[in-house]
Write a protein of this length. Structure first.
Length: 276
């Protein structure tokens, strides 16, 4: 979503009052346009593959006097296509303000994901983890945090070269590093595969539910059933998944676990939900 600011700027510039006459034929200009009311009479149609909090915020900024309507699809979720026996833990953290959600997500990562990585390093255990990061800005912040903690890792983003991605894949597969960071945009454009990881951690639910299945398919013990249709059969036992989520993640969470289950997860008194 790095380019979302560009879309918001375009909407901010729409229907502005001209500052110069140029070759304008003012006989064809409506008075309400010059009065600054053009935005109230503009018809806006916003289309996307999936609903998102950003799109909803943009729609709320469209102030047509006739009102607005929004479609709200119902999702069944993708959990039925995950191999059986795969331990999936969803952890909810508190974040209701988009302005502070990134900081809250980083604190949740420090509290729920990072300690297990540090423990596995201290114990000498093979807990190789693939960490999926939704945006490049969070990707940069997580890297800075890991460097401060002295945790060895490799990182693959949309700006990584094929050689860099191949080197990270080899190091992870051979057990030379405990953690690999991977951005959503890199997966969207490149569809890298990183075999060798035992655990998958997601800083936020992915935008597209099939990304979740593809990532699980990279895990040891998660390759059966994640790439194709149908339930997973007896899926291999090894491997676990941890997903951080908050109320602002409702749209992608619905696509993963289903609309009804997502609503319960975000309002329930408990903050952890286990699926196997």
């Amino acid at each position: 979503m790095q380019n979302w600011a560009h879309a918001c700027q375009v909407f901010d510039e729409l229907n502005g009052t001209p500052t110069q006459a140029r070759d304008t034929d003012f006989s064809r200009v409506r008075s309400w346009y010059l009065d600054g009311d053009a935005a109230k009479l503009r018809q806006s149609v916003l289309l996307a593959a999936h609903p998102s909090a950003e799109l909803a915020a943009l729609a709320r900024g469209c102030a047509n006097v006739a009102g607005r309507t929004t479609t709200r699809p119902t999702y069944r979720g993708a959990l039925a296509r995950v191999p059986s026996g795969m331990r999936q833990l969803y952890v909810r953290f508190d974040a209701d303000d988009p302005a502070t959600a990134a900081d809250a997500r980083l604190r949740a990562f420090s509290a729920r994901i990072l300690p297990s990585i540090v423990r596995s390093l201290a114990d000498g255990a093979d807990g190789r983890t693939l960490l999926f990061v939704p945006s490049y800005l969070e990707f940069v912040r997580v890297q800075a945090l890991l460097k401060g903690e002295g945790v060895p890792f490799a990182a693959v983003s949309e700006y990584s070269t094929p050689k860099e991605a191949s080197r990270a894949r080899t190091r992870l597969q051979q057990g030379q590093l405990p953690l690999l960071l991977y951005t959503e945009r890199a997966h969207f454009f490149r569809r890298h595969r990183f075999p060798g990881a035992h655990n998958l951690a997601l800083l936020a639910p992915p935008t597209y539910p099939h990304f979740y299945l593809e990532l699980i398919g990279m895990l040891e013990g998660g390759r059966r059933g994640a790439d194709g249709g149908g339930g997973g059969g007896e899926g291999g036992g090894a491997g676990s998944v941890l997903v951080l989520c908050c109320r602002l993640d409702l749209p992608p969470l619905q696509r993963l676990v289903g609309s009804e289950r997502a609503a319960r997860m975000l309002t329930d008194e408990k903050s952890s939900f286990l699926f196997c």
